[in-house]
Design a protein around this ligand. Structure first.
Ligand SMILES: Cc1cc2nc3c(=O)[nH]c(=O)nc-3n(C[C@H](O)[C@H](O)[C@H](O)COP(=O)(O)OP(=O)(O)OC[C@H]3O[C@@H](n4cnc5c(N)ncnc54)[C@H](O)[C@@H]3O)c2cc1C
Length: 81
């Protein structure tokens, strides 16, 4: 058994979820096609999927804070051009 997409790595709502899920699908399909056993295929897939999704999660760490902010943007000081 293995996991992919949101089940493997739920991301914050910043437009990356399916963009991380689709490469999972491709990697898993290729791994199944190129390995003799399901176990080898899953191992090969997870070797790629886990670091990639971890890297994305680390990149987005804290990025959701702005979505939850209660402070309004400062429109008065915004450039009027
Ligand atoms: C409002 C919103 C906007 C988004 N915008 C973006 C975006 O702009 N860019 C982006 O990259 N990502 C976006 N995402 C995230 C993206 O939709 C998900 O990351 C992606 O759909 C994950 O795909 P998945 O196949 O892993 O899971 P899902 O798409 O959730 O698919 C899981 C499927 O499993 C089914 N299921 C659940 N339990 C069972 C069960 N027990 N038996 C059988 N079936 C079951 C569900 O019905 C569902 O069809 C957005 C998500 C939301 C909610």
């Amino acid at each position: 058994m293995t996991l992919l997409g949101d089940a493997a790595h739920l991301m914050p709502p910043l437009g990356v979820g399916v963009n991380v899920a689709m490469p999972d699908v491709c990697e898993l399909a290729l791994a199944i096609a190129h390995h003799n056993t399901t176990g080898q295929a899953i191992h090969a897939y997870e070797e790629i999927m886990l670091p990639r999704s971890t890297e994305m999660a680390q990149l987005l760490d804290g990025a959701v804070d702005g979505l939850l902010s209660t402070e309004l943007p400062d429109f008065a000081s915004a450039d009027s051009h």
